[in-house]
Design a protein around this ligand. Structure first.
Ligand code: PMP
Length: 413
Protein backbone atom coordinates (compact mmCIF):
# COMPACT_ATOMS: atom_id res chain seq x y z
CA UNK A 1 0.00 0.00 0.00
CA UNK A 2 1.63 3.21 -1.13
CA UNK A 3 0.51 6.17 0.95
CA UNK A 4 1.69 9.68 0.20
CA UNK A 5 5.26 9.70 1.35
CA UNK A 6 5.95 13.37 1.88
CA UNK A 7 2.74 15.11 2.87
CA UNK A 8 3.24 18.80 2.19
CA UNK A 9 0.71 19.68 4.89
CA UNK A 10 0.31 18.77 8.54
CA UNK A 11 -3.11 17.30 7.85
CA UNK A 12 -3.61 15.82 11.31
CA UNK A 13 -3.21 19.28 12.82
CA UNK A 14 -5.42 20.84 10.14
CA UNK A 15 -8.18 18.32 10.87
CA UNK A 16 -8.34 19.56 14.44
CA UNK A 17 -9.41 22.96 13.08
CA UNK A 18 -12.59 21.36 11.67
CA UNK A 19 -14.86 20.24 14.57
CA UNK A 20 -17.19 18.21 12.33
CA UNK A 21 -14.39 15.92 11.15
CA UNK A 22 -14.34 14.30 14.60
CA UNK A 23 -18.00 13.27 14.15
CA UNK A 24 -19.30 9.72 13.86
CA UNK A 25 -21.47 8.64 10.96
CA UNK A 26 -23.55 5.45 11.29
CA UNK A 27 -21.30 4.48 14.19
CA UNK A 28 -18.05 4.86 12.21
CA UNK A 29 -15.52 7.68 12.08
CA UNK A 30 -16.93 10.05 9.47
CA UNK A 31 -15.10 10.04 6.12
CA UNK A 32 -16.29 13.20 4.38
CA UNK A 33 -15.68 13.00 0.64
CA UNK A 34 -18.27 15.48 -0.64
CA UNK A 35 -16.37 18.77 -0.51
CA UNK A 36 -17.26 19.62 -4.12
CA UNK A 37 -20.88 19.88 -2.93
CA UNK A 38 -19.89 21.90 0.11
CA UNK A 39 -16.75 22.14 2.18
CA UNK A 40 -16.53 21.76 5.94
CA UNK A 41 -15.87 24.83 8.09
CA UNK A 42 -12.93 25.51 10.38
CA UNK A 43 -13.43 26.93 13.89
CA UNK A 44 -12.01 30.26 12.68
CA UNK A 45 -15.08 30.70 10.46
CA UNK A 46 -17.59 29.48 13.03
CA UNK A 47 -16.06 31.81 15.64
CA UNK A 48 -15.97 34.83 13.30
CA UNK A 49 -19.71 34.43 12.67
CA UNK A 50 -20.39 33.99 16.39
CA UNK A 51 -18.29 37.08 17.19
CA UNK A 52 -20.14 39.12 14.59
CA UNK A 53 -23.52 38.39 16.15
CA UNK A 54 -22.28 38.58 19.74
CA UNK A 55 -20.26 41.79 19.38
CA UNK A 56 -20.66 43.56 16.05
CA UNK A 57 -24.20 43.02 14.71
CA UNK A 58 -25.76 46.07 13.08
CA UNK A 59 -26.84 47.03 9.57
CA UNK A 60 -24.15 48.35 7.25
CA UNK A 61 -23.67 51.56 5.24
CA UNK A 62 -26.52 53.35 7.02
CA UNK A 63 -26.03 53.89 10.72
CA UNK A 64 -24.22 56.84 12.23
CA UNK A 65 -23.38 55.07 15.48
CA UNK A 66 -20.32 53.09 16.50
CA UNK A 67 -21.76 49.60 16.09
CA UNK A 68 -22.93 50.29 12.56
CA UNK A 69 -19.54 51.75 11.70
CA UNK A 70 -17.94 48.59 13.05
CA UNK A 71 -20.21 46.28 11.03
CA UNK A 72 -19.59 48.37 7.89
CA UNK A 73 -15.86 48.27 8.51
CA UNK A 74 -15.95 44.45 8.88
CA UNK A 75 -18.11 44.04 5.77
CA UNK A 76 -15.84 46.23 3.65
CA UNK A 77 -12.73 44.60 5.14
CA UNK A 78 -14.18 41.27 3.96
CA UNK A 79 -14.36 42.70 0.45
CA UNK A 80 -10.72 43.71 0.68
CA UNK A 81 -9.79 40.19 1.84
CA UNK A 82 -11.55 38.71 -1.20
CA UNK A 83 -9.80 41.22 -3.47
CA UNK A 84 -6.41 40.21 -2.19
CA UNK A 85 -7.22 36.46 -2.25
CA UNK A 86 -8.05 36.47 -5.97
CA UNK A 87 -5.61 39.30 -6.76
CA UNK A 88 -8.12 41.76 -8.16
CA UNK A 89 -6.72 45.24 -8.57
CA UNK A 90 -9.48 47.06 -6.67
CA UNK A 91 -12.05 46.16 -3.98
CA UNK A 92 -14.73 47.85 -6.08
CA UNK A 93 -14.38 44.97 -8.53
CA UNK A 94 -15.71 42.56 -5.88
CA UNK A 95 -19.49 42.17 -5.79
CA UNK A 96 -20.99 40.06 -3.01
CA UNK A 97 -23.69 37.73 -4.33
CA UNK A 98 -25.40 34.59 -3.01
CA UNK A 99 -23.05 32.23 -4.78
CA UNK A 100 -21.60 31.25 -8.14
CA UNK A 101 -25.10 30.70 -9.50
CA UNK A 102 -26.25 34.20 -8.69
CA UNK A 103 -23.01 35.68 -10.02
CA UNK A 104 -23.57 34.04 -13.42
CA UNK A 105 -27.24 35.07 -13.53
CA UNK A 106 -26.25 38.62 -12.65
CA UNK A 107 -23.83 38.81 -15.56
CA UNK A 108 -26.30 37.19 -17.97
CA UNK A 109 -29.12 39.50 -16.93
CA UNK A 110 -27.13 42.74 -16.94
CA UNK A 111 -24.08 42.55 -19.19
CA UNK A 112 -25.62 39.82 -21.36
CA UNK A 113 -28.97 41.51 -21.84
CA UNK A 114 -27.35 44.83 -22.65
CA UNK A 115 -24.83 43.34 -25.10
CA UNK A 116 -26.42 40.45 -26.95
CA UNK A 117 -28.30 40.88 -30.20
CA UNK A 118 -30.15 38.41 -32.41
CA UNK A 119 -27.69 36.18 -34.20
CA UNK A 120 -24.91 36.71 -31.63
CA UNK A 121 -23.34 33.70 -29.93
CA UNK A 122 -22.56 32.61 -26.40
CA UNK A 123 -19.92 29.91 -26.10
CA UNK A 124 -19.92 27.44 -23.20
CA UNK A 125 -18.41 23.97 -22.82
CA UNK A 126 -19.85 20.47 -22.52
CA UNK A 127 -18.54 20.19 -18.97
CA UNK A 128 -20.42 23.11 -17.45
CA UNK A 129 -22.50 22.92 -14.29
CA UNK A 130 -26.19 23.65 -14.98
CA UNK A 131 -25.57 27.04 -13.32
CA UNK A 132 -23.34 27.96 -16.24
CA UNK A 133 -25.71 26.60 -18.89
CA UNK A 134 -29.27 27.59 -18.02
CA UNK A 135 -28.74 31.36 -17.47
CA UNK A 136 -27.15 31.54 -20.95
CA UNK A 137 -29.92 29.45 -22.50
CA UNK A 138 -32.50 31.81 -21.00
CA UNK A 139 -30.59 34.82 -22.31
CA UNK A 140 -30.15 33.36 -25.79
CA UNK A 141 -33.85 32.49 -25.98
CA UNK A 142 -34.77 36.05 -25.04
CA UNK A 143 -32.36 37.64 -27.51
CA UNK A 144 -32.54 35.20 -30.40
CA UNK A 145 -28.86 34.40 -29.89
CA UNK A 146 -27.15 31.03 -30.33
CA UNK A 147 -25.61 28.89 -27.62
CA UNK A 148 -22.53 27.02 -28.84
CA UNK A 149 -20.87 24.21 -26.94
CA UNK A 150 -17.20 23.12 -26.90
CA UNK A 151 -17.03 19.30 -26.93
CA UNK A 152 -14.84 17.17 -24.66
CA UNK A 153 -12.57 14.18 -25.23
CA UNK A 154 -12.98 10.68 -23.80
CA UNK A 155 -10.62 11.57 -20.97
CA UNK A 156 -12.68 14.66 -20.13
CA UNK A 157 -10.52 17.38 -21.65
CA UNK A 158 -11.83 20.24 -23.74
CA UNK A 159 -11.10 19.96 -27.46
CA UNK A 160 -9.18 23.19 -27.93
CA UNK A 161 -9.18 22.96 -31.73
CA UNK A 162 -12.95 22.90 -31.59
CA UNK A 163 -12.89 25.81 -29.16
CA UNK A 164 -10.78 27.81 -31.60
CA UNK A 165 -13.15 26.91 -34.41
CA UNK A 166 -16.26 27.87 -32.45
CA UNK A 167 -14.90 31.29 -31.48
CA UNK A 168 -16.09 33.74 -34.12
CA UNK A 169 -16.61 37.49 -34.32
CA UNK A 170 -20.26 36.74 -33.41
CA UNK A 171 -19.14 35.28 -30.06
CA UNK A 172 -19.97 37.94 -27.47
CA UNK A 173 -19.47 35.89 -24.31
CA UNK A 174 -17.49 32.76 -23.47
CA UNK A 175 -18.54 31.22 -20.13
CA UNK A 176 -16.10 28.54 -19.03
CA UNK A 177 -15.55 26.31 -16.01
CA UNK A 178 -12.11 26.73 -14.48
CA UNK A 179 -12.45 23.25 -12.94
CA UNK A 180 -15.22 20.75 -13.75
CA UNK A 181 -17.26 19.59 -10.75
CA UNK A 182 -18.20 16.30 -12.44
CA UNK A 183 -14.82 15.36 -13.93
CA UNK A 184 -12.22 17.35 -12.00
CA UNK A 185 -10.60 18.60 -15.21
CA UNK A 186 -8.60 21.81 -14.78
CA UNK A 187 -9.11 23.77 -17.99
CA UNK A 188 -6.35 25.91 -19.54
CA UNK A 189 -8.43 29.01 -18.96
CA UNK A 190 -5.62 31.53 -19.29
CA UNK A 191 -4.96 30.45 -22.87
CA UNK A 192 -8.71 30.15 -23.56
CA UNK A 193 -9.36 33.69 -22.30
CA UNK A 194 -6.67 35.05 -24.60
CA UNK A 195 -8.20 33.19 -27.53
CA UNK A 196 -11.69 34.56 -26.75
CA UNK A 197 -10.36 38.09 -26.42
CA UNK A 198 -8.75 37.83 -29.83
CA UNK A 199 -12.25 37.63 -31.39
CA UNK A 200 -13.57 40.39 -29.14
CA UNK A 201 -15.58 38.20 -26.74
CA UNK A 202 -15.77 38.81 -23.01
CA UNK A 203 -15.06 35.87 -20.73
CA UNK A 204 -16.75 34.70 -17.55
CA UNK A 205 -14.93 32.02 -15.58
CA UNK A 206 -16.91 29.76 -13.25
CA UNK A 207 -14.40 29.24 -10.47
CA UNK A 208 -16.71 27.42 -8.03
CA UNK A 209 -14.46 24.34 -8.09
CA UNK A 210 -11.17 26.16 -8.63
CA UNK A 211 -10.91 28.70 -5.81
CA UNK A 212 -11.05 25.94 -3.14
CA UNK A 213 -8.14 24.09 -4.73
CA UNK A 214 -5.80 26.39 -6.67
CA UNK A 215 -4.22 29.81 -6.28
CA UNK A 216 -6.30 32.12 -8.51
CA UNK A 217 -5.08 35.43 -9.91
CA UNK A 218 -7.78 37.19 -11.91
CA UNK A 219 -5.37 39.81 -13.25
CA UNK A 220 -2.99 37.18 -14.51
CA UNK A 221 -5.89 35.28 -16.10
CA UNK A 222 -7.21 38.54 -17.57
CA UNK A 223 -10.80 37.24 -17.31
CA UNK A 224 -13.59 39.81 -17.49
CA UNK A 225 -15.72 38.08 -14.84
CA UNK A 226 -14.93 35.39 -12.28
CA UNK A 227 -17.46 33.81 -9.90
CA UNK A 228 -17.21 31.48 -6.92
CA UNK A 229 -19.22 30.35 -3.88
CA UNK A 230 -18.26 30.90 -0.24
CA UNK A 231 -19.55 27.56 1.00
CA UNK A 232 -17.11 25.59 -1.18
CA UNK A 233 -14.09 27.49 0.18
CA UNK A 234 -14.66 26.70 3.87
CA UNK A 235 -16.99 29.71 4.24
CA UNK A 236 -20.72 29.97 4.93
CA UNK A 237 -23.60 29.28 2.57
CA UNK A 238 -25.52 32.13 0.96
CA UNK A 239 -22.46 34.23 0.11
CA UNK A 240 -20.39 34.25 -3.05
CA UNK A 241 -18.34 36.53 -5.20
CA UNK A 242 -18.63 38.08 -8.61
CA UNK A 243 -15.40 39.68 -9.74
CA UNK A 244 -15.72 42.00 -12.73
CA UNK A 245 -13.22 44.33 -14.37
CA UNK A 246 -13.91 47.85 -13.11
CA UNK A 247 -14.69 49.43 -16.47
CA UNK A 248 -17.11 46.64 -17.39
CA UNK A 249 -18.97 46.79 -14.06
CA UNK A 250 -19.12 50.56 -14.43
CA UNK A 251 -20.85 50.28 -17.82
CA UNK A 252 -23.25 47.50 -16.81
CA UNK A 253 -26.89 48.28 -15.96
CA UNK A 254 -27.99 47.37 -12.42
CA UNK A 255 -29.32 43.91 -11.50
CA UNK A 256 -31.94 44.38 -8.79
CA UNK A 257 -33.38 47.65 -7.55
CA UNK A 258 -33.60 48.59 -3.90
CA UNK A 259 -31.72 50.12 -1.00
CA UNK A 260 -27.96 50.72 -1.17
CA UNK A 261 -27.77 50.48 -4.97
CA UNK A 262 -28.86 54.10 -5.40
CA UNK A 263 -27.39 57.54 -4.83
CA UNK A 264 -30.72 59.34 -4.98
CA UNK A 265 -34.33 58.46 -5.72
CA UNK A 266 -37.21 60.63 -6.84
CA UNK A 267 -40.33 59.43 -8.63
CA UNK A 268 -38.98 61.03 -11.77
CA UNK A 269 -35.43 59.68 -11.70
CA UNK A 270 -33.09 57.40 -9.78
CA UNK A 271 -29.34 57.78 -9.85
CA UNK A 272 -27.43 54.58 -9.27
CA UNK A 273 -24.58 54.04 -6.88
CA UNK A 274 -21.15 53.04 -8.19
CA UNK A 275 -20.04 49.39 -8.39
CA UNK A 276 -20.04 47.18 -6.42
CA UNK A 277 -22.94 48.78 -4.49
CA UNK A 278 -24.90 49.21 -7.71
CA UNK A 279 -25.22 45.41 -7.75
CA UNK A 280 -25.90 44.86 -4.04
CA UNK A 281 -29.51 45.93 -3.53
CA UNK A 282 -30.94 45.47 -0.04
CA UNK A 283 -29.29 44.50 3.22
CA UNK A 284 -26.42 42.24 2.26
CA UNK A 285 -25.34 38.95 3.82
CA UNK A 286 -23.07 40.71 6.31
CA UNK A 287 -22.38 37.64 8.43
CA UNK A 288 -21.68 35.66 5.25
CA UNK A 289 -19.10 38.14 3.99
CA UNK A 290 -17.37 38.18 7.38
CA UNK A 291 -17.40 34.38 7.53
CA UNK A 292 -16.07 34.16 3.98
CA UNK A 293 -13.21 36.53 4.81
CA UNK A 294 -12.35 34.38 7.84
CA UNK A 295 -12.32 31.32 5.56
CA UNK A 296 -10.03 32.93 2.98
CA UNK A 297 -7.70 34.17 5.72
CA UNK A 298 -7.61 30.63 7.10
CA UNK A 299 -6.84 29.16 3.65
CA UNK A 300 -4.11 31.73 3.13
CA UNK A 301 -2.61 30.66 6.45
CA UNK A 302 -2.49 27.05 5.25
CA UNK A 303 -1.23 28.24 1.85
CA UNK A 304 -3.04 27.73 -1.46
CA UNK A 305 0.11 26.46 -3.19
CA UNK A 306 0.60 23.85 -0.44
CA UNK A 307 -3.09 22.90 -0.66
CA UNK A 308 -2.85 22.47 -4.44
CA UNK A 309 0.30 20.33 -4.17
CA UNK A 310 -1.13 18.13 -1.41
CA UNK A 311 -4.46 17.63 -3.15
CA UNK A 312 -2.76 16.77 -6.43
CA UNK A 313 -0.90 13.90 -4.72
CA UNK A 314 -4.01 12.88 -2.80
CA UNK A 315 -6.14 12.81 -5.96
CA UNK A 316 -3.53 10.72 -7.80
CA UNK A 317 -3.32 8.36 -4.83
CA UNK A 318 -7.12 8.08 -4.68
CA UNK A 319 -7.29 7.27 -8.39
CA UNK A 320 -4.64 4.55 -7.95
CA UNK A 321 -6.59 2.97 -5.11
CA UNK A 322 -9.94 3.17 -6.88
CA UNK A 323 -8.84 1.47 -10.06
CA UNK A 324 -7.80 -1.54 -7.95
CA UNK A 325 -11.52 -2.13 -7.28
CA UNK A 326 -12.84 -4.78 -9.71
CA UNK A 327 -15.38 -3.38 -12.18
CA UNK A 328 -14.64 0.28 -11.36
CA UNK A 329 -14.28 2.82 -14.16
CA UNK A 330 -13.11 6.35 -13.53
CA UNK A 331 -15.04 9.03 -15.43
CA UNK A 332 -12.68 11.91 -16.06
CA UNK A 333 -9.02 11.07 -16.46
CA UNK A 334 -7.66 14.40 -17.67
CA UNK A 335 -3.93 15.00 -17.30
CA UNK A 336 -4.53 18.05 -15.18
CA UNK A 337 -7.10 17.28 -12.50
CA UNK A 338 -8.27 18.70 -9.20
CA UNK A 339 -9.71 16.81 -6.25
CA UNK A 340 -12.59 14.97 -7.97
CA UNK A 341 -12.88 11.20 -8.42
CA UNK A 342 -16.02 10.36 -10.39
CA UNK A 343 -16.62 6.69 -11.10
CA UNK A 344 -19.06 3.96 -11.99
CA UNK A 345 -19.04 0.39 -10.76
CA UNK A 346 -20.16 -2.28 -13.18
CA UNK A 347 -23.58 -3.67 -12.30
CA UNK A 348 -24.18 -1.30 -9.37
CA UNK A 349 -26.25 1.88 -9.58
CA UNK A 350 -24.36 4.90 -8.22
CA UNK A 351 -27.19 5.56 -5.75
CA UNK A 352 -26.70 2.07 -4.30
CA UNK A 353 -22.97 2.78 -3.99
CA UNK A 354 -23.78 5.98 -2.09
CA UNK A 355 -26.20 4.20 0.25
CA UNK A 356 -23.85 1.30 0.97
CA UNK A 357 -20.89 3.61 1.59
CA UNK A 358 -23.02 5.70 3.93
CA UNK A 359 -23.60 2.59 6.04
CA UNK A 360 -19.84 2.48 6.49
CA UNK A 361 -19.65 6.15 7.50
CA UNK A 362 -18.42 7.39 4.12
CA UNK A 363 -20.13 10.44 2.60
CA UNK A 364 -19.89 10.66 -1.18
CA UNK A 365 -22.32 12.01 -3.77
CA UNK A 366 -24.15 10.01 -6.42
CA UNK A 367 -26.13 11.49 -9.28
CA UNK A 368 -25.63 13.76 -12.25
CA UNK A 369 -23.88 16.46 -10.18
CA UNK A 370 -25.90 19.18 -11.94
CA UNK A 371 -23.98 18.35 -15.10
CA UNK A 372 -26.38 16.18 -17.07
CA UNK A 373 -24.65 16.87 -20.42
CA UNK A 374 -21.46 15.34 -18.97
CA UNK A 375 -23.37 12.18 -18.04
CA UNK A 376 -24.79 12.03 -21.56
CA UNK A 377 -21.32 12.49 -23.06
CA UNK A 378 -20.00 9.51 -21.12
CA UNK A 379 -23.12 7.39 -21.66
CA UNK A 380 -23.97 6.99 -17.97
CA UNK A 381 -27.10 8.11 -16.10
CA UNK A 382 -25.10 9.11 -13.06
CA UNK A 383 -21.74 8.65 -11.36
CA UNK A 384 -20.56 8.20 -7.81
CA UNK A 385 -18.27 11.05 -6.89
CA UNK A 386 -15.70 11.26 -4.12
CA UNK A 387 -14.47 14.83 -3.91
CA UNK A 388 -11.48 15.72 -1.80
CA UNK A 389 -10.15 18.58 0.22
CA UNK A 390 -6.88 19.33 1.97
CA UNK A 391 -8.38 17.97 5.22
CA UNK A 392 -8.73 14.48 3.72
CA UNK A 393 -6.08 11.81 4.21
CA UNK A 394 -4.75 8.84 2.22
CA UNK A 395 -6.12 6.60 4.99
CA UNK A 396 -9.63 7.84 4.24
CA UNK A 397 -9.14 6.86 0.60
CA UNK A 398 -8.00 3.43 1.77
CA UNK A 399 -11.28 3.18 3.65
CA UNK A 400 -13.16 4.19 0.52
CA UNK A 401 -11.38 1.51 -1.47
CA UNK A 402 -12.09 -1.19 1.11
CA UNK A 403 -15.72 -0.09 1.38
CA UNK A 404 -16.12 -0.29 -2.41
CA UNK A 405 -14.77 -3.84 -2.36
CA UNK A 406 -17.49 -4.63 0.20
CA UNK A 407 -20.10 -3.07 -2.13
CA UNK A 408 -18.89 -5.48 -4.77
CA UNK A 409 -19.30 -8.37 -2.34
CA UNK A 410 -22.90 -7.35 -1.63
CA UNK A 411 -23.50 -7.47 -5.40
CA UNK A 412 -21.85 -10.90 -5.63
CA UNK A 413 -18.52 -9.88 -7.20
N1 PMP B 1 -20.37 25.84 -10.88
C1 PMP B 1 -19.76 24.74 -10.48
C2 PMP B 1 -18.60 24.21 -11.28
C3 PMP B 1 -20.18 24.09 -9.33
O1 PMP B 1 -19.58 22.97 -8.92
C4 PMP B 1 -21.27 24.62 -8.60
C5 PMP B 1 -21.78 23.95 -7.35
N2 PMP B 1 -21.87 22.57 -7.42
C6 PMP B 1 -21.85 25.79 -9.07
C7 PMP B 1 -21.38 26.38 -10.20
C8 PMP B 1 -22.99 26.43 -8.35
O2 PMP B 1 -22.62 26.85 -7.08
P1 PMP B 1 -23.70 27.37 -6.05
O3 PMP B 1 -24.75 26.30 -5.96
O4 PMP B 1 -22.94 27.52 -4.78
O5 PMP B 1 -24.23 28.66 -6.57
Amino acid sequence: MSVIERPTLDVERIRQDFPILAAKARGHDLVYLDSAATSQKPSAVIEAIHRYYAEQNSNVHRGLYELSELATEKYEAARATVRSFIHASDSHEIVFVRGATEGINLVAQTFGRATLKAGDQVLITAMEHHSNIVPWQMLCAEKGALLKVVPISDSGELLLDEYARLLTPRTRIAALAHVSNALGTINPVREMIEMAHSVGAKVLIDGAQAVPHLPVDVQDLDCDFYVFSGHKVCGPTGIGVLYGKAEILEAMPPYQGGGDMILSVTFEKTTYNRPPYKFEAGTPHIEGAIGLAAALTYLEGVGMAAIAAYEKDLTAYGAERLIEVPGLRLIGTARNKAAVLSFVLEGVHPHDIGTLLDRQGIAIRAGHHCAQPVMERFGVPATARASLSFYNTPEELDRLQEALCKVNEVFGR
